[in-house]
Design a protein around this ligand. Structure first.
Ligand code: HEM
Length: 724
């Protein structure tokens, strides 16, 4: 790795030079050996080196465009080892995608511990001031690797902590409960949720018969399903998602005292979601919407942060808290009953250097635990403890995947595991067994006093049964708790989502069965969905016990920081350059990310155009400011852009504003996003489109500072819900 990247040239470069250094926003797995020893090499030492094209064996090659042939019109020769190596390697480039969570994006970062958990856990990385490198992968659950980011689904939130005591993985989701109570059903719920086996449709969707067939028959899934139908199912970005460990874990203090805990990740940027139409537009307009947002933010130095928190519960014999069974993964504990106590801050600081090497090959595992963190008997977690290594044996092609650079421990590894496909370590010695005398007795077993992982000596007894405790039988009260904790607008979104998804089912009986489940959750929700489906609302089959709402479950109402929010600034060739530049600077000064939307590519006046009227789409922006009269651009030719054709008459009726800007404003308005204008021509354009400048969520100003001040106040609440 040599020179920093220079801009590409028009003509093919011919002077040999070493590979460029990687961009500043990227990082790679730390350079530790397969057995965890720091190598002292820079972490890009695994990248390609040398200026010349070579074989995999490092022999320089004169040509890679022509195979070796018997004459220029003759057959290709088998002896062409370069051809065979190139094609053979290509033929084997793919590995199986993950059986679930195939679609993901990841980043490197650091976890800085406050030390506040030091009293309940002896884990070294939770002690005061300790900083631990992390690698975090976010994912959807259902879609294939190439599916869209913004589908309605649960999101994975998996964190690998490379601690000095070994690797700890917190393999969580953005939803605090799960579909099933016993892991033995996991293949079944996934078979039901994945595309139908005959036609392999729909992709990355729960809006189909088999999914609703399963969740209406296994009613324990109703709570998780309610979260999926809520705004949580369509997060605005990875940066604005909460994360949850879901299961109850057990922390162990230095003196051995156990404490039951639930893990929470709280995003500093707040918890925000898309609206459904936006999610659908983004799935087509930018299927990589979340992936791009994460990478762009890190590249721009807007490092996403989450605070790790724990809810703690006494480790009592019945493992319940306020009547909630802590071993039931379909139940949460409202924050009003057990506050989330902050224990550290995670900051994502670098993008991966290579998607396949890092994001694809990373292998998380719920069994990666360190001293001070133990599991409980949650029957879902118990099955996960088996599943992850098992699946990775196939996905990563053999038993040595822990030696892949991104998976290597940063602690010394002396494991007596030997040989196998793709062995990277060069183990010395003759006695990989113990006890031994030939290698001086090494490796030795440790006591807890020198950092051994010792399971909590929990007493276990019982008869062998295939059943769960009766406390798992309540499938509806927490779905009701969630629904009734939502604000009216969130409740409307939930009802609309159920109506959409059930409306996509072909079988009426499945809709009816799911309506029955809704009747057992909330009569008003059931009635609204039934009306949309054109079906009668059934009566509940049980008493609907009252629940105390948990306002902490709602996403709406809490102001959050606005840095990193994207502001579209629509300009035309006559826009006042001073005012527009002022707005760009004012945005940047407060951490907002401005995007210039111009009538054509290149530059407008002195500023670079990021999007044109033709390429901009509303889902890209949190707010849109009109910075000029925005007359139809040169490419607003109906024959070339259907949107221009469709809205040409509107344009005429709207004071001659480009039809695509009218569409942009219309979408932003419908999606309750902040709108604004800069200067009188911008305000006139807004008015001529039909937006009352005095209406809620609209900012108008002559001075850029006035506009940004208004934007910040409105964006802190994310959307203008009181517009409608
Ligand atoms: C018994 C129930 C479950 C089973 C059997 C199971 C199994 C799996 C499997 C086989 C994978 C693919 C792993 C790989 O190829 O590396 C996976 C990925 C994942 N699972 Fe589970 N899972 C279960 C429940 C859960 C739950 C409850 C959560 C959340 C708390 C969860 C979160 C994740 C995440 C985040 C990933 C993606 C990890 C990554 O980014 O590589 N799973 N799961």
């Amino acid at each position: 790795m040599e020179e920093p990247k220079t801009p590409p040239t028009f003509h093919e470069p011919v002077v040999p030079q070493e590979p460029f250094a990687r961009p500043a926003d990227q990082s790679g797995p730390e350079a530790v050996s397969p057995t965890g020893k720091p190598t002292g090499a820079p972490d890009d030492s695994r990248s390609q080196s040398g200026a010349y094209l070579t074989t995999a064996g490092g022999v320089r090659l004169p040509d890679t465009d022509h195979s070796l042939r018997a004459g220029d019109r003759g057959p290709t020769l088998l002896q062409d080892h370069h051809l065979r190596e190139k094609i053979t390697h290509f033929d084997h480039e793919r590995i199986p995608e993950r059986v679930v969570h195939a679609r993901g994006a990841a980043a490197h970062g650091v976890f800085a511990s406050y030390g506040s958990a030091g009293g309940v856990s002896k884990a070294a990385f939770l002690q005061e001031g300790v900083e631990t490198p992390v690698f975090v992968r976010f994912s959807t659950v259902l879609g294939s690797r190439g599916s869209a980011d913004t589908v309605r689904d649960t999101r994975g939130f998996a964190v690998k902590f490379y601690t000095d005591e070994g690797t700890f993985d917190l393999v969580g989701n953005n939803i605090p409960v799960f579909f099933i109570q016993d892991g033995i059903k996991f293949p079944d719920v996934i078979h039901a949720a994945k595309p139908h086996p005959d036609r392999e449709i729909p992709q990355a969707q729960s809006a189909h018969d088999t999914f609703w067939d399963f969740v209406s028959l296994h009613t324990e899934a109703q709570h998780h399903t309610m979260w999926n139908m809520s705004d949580r199912g369509i997060p605005a970005s990875f940066r604005t998602m909460e994360g949850f460990g879901v299961h109850t874990f057990r922390l162990v203090a230095a003196d051995g005292t156990p404490t039951l805990v639930k893990f929470h990740w709280k995003p500093k940027a707040g918890v925000h979601s898309l609206v459904w139409e936006e999610a659908q537009l983004a799935a087509g307009g930018d299927p990589d919407f979340h992936r791009r947002d994460l990478a762009d933010a890190i590249e721009a130095g807007l490092y996403p942060q989450w605070e790790l928190g724990i809810q703690t519960f006494p480790d009592t014999a019945d493992q319940t808290f306020e009547g909630i069974d802590l071993l039931d993964p379909t139940k949460l504990v409202p924050e009003e009953l057990a506050a989330v106590q902050p224990v550290g801050m995670m900051t994502l600081t670098a993008n991966p250097t290579n998607y396949f090497a890092e994001t694809e090959q990373v292998a998380y595992h719920t069994g990666h635990l360190v001293p001070g963190i133990d599991v409980t008997n949650d029957p879902l977690l118990q099955v996960r403890l088996f599943s992850y290594v098992d699946t990775q044996l196939t996905r990563l092609g053999g038993p040595n995947f822990e030696q892949i650079p991104i998976n290597r421990a940063h602690a010394p590894v002396n494991d007596m595991l030997r040989d196998g496909f793709h062995q990277q370590a060069v183990h010395a010695g003759v006695a990989p067994y113990r006890p031994n005398s030939l290698d001086g007795g090494c490796p030795f077993v440790a006591g807890a006093d020198v950092g051994a992982y010792v399971e909590v000596p929990e007493r276990v007894e019982g008869e062998k049964v295939r059943e769960l405790s009766a406390s798992f039988d309540d499938h509806f009260s927490q779905a009701r708790l969630f629904y009734r904790s939502m604000t009216p607008v969130e409740q409307q979104h939930i009802a609309a989502a159920y109506t959409f998804e059930l409306g996509k089912c072909y079988e009426q009986v499945i809709r009816e069965r799911q309506l029955q489940a809704l009747a057992n959750i909330d009569a008003q929700l059931c009635a609204t969905v039934a009306t949309g489906l054109g079906l009668p609302a059934p009566e509940p089959t049980m008493n609907l016990d009252d629940v105390d709402p948990s306002p902490a479950l709602s996403q709406i109402g809490t102001p959050f920081p606005v840095d990193g929010r994207k502001i579209g600034i629509a300009v035309d060739d006559a826009s006042d350059p001073q005012a527009v530049n002022g707005l760009i600077e004012a945005c940047e000064a407060v951490g907002l990310v401005p995007f210039i939307v111009g009538p054509h590519g290149g530059t407008v006046g002195t500023f670079k155009v990021d999007r044109t009227y033709g390429t901009a789409r509303s889902f890209e922006f949190d707010a849109l400011v009109l910075g000029g009269a925005l007359p139809p651009a040169a490419d607003a030719i109906p024959a070339l852009d259907a949107r221009a054709a469709f809205r040409a008459s509107d344009a005429a009726a709207s004071g001659g504003v480009d039809a695509r800007i009218i569409q942009l404003v219309g979408e932003m308005w419908r999606h309750c996003k902040v709108l604004g204008s800069l200067g009188s021509s911008g305000q006139q354009a807004l008015e001529s489109i039909g937006v009352d400048p005095e209406s809620p969520g609209v900012v108008n100003g002559e001075a850029p500072g006035d506009v940004t001040e208004g934007l910040i106040a409105l964006l802190a609440l994310h959307r203008v819900w009181d517009r409608f």
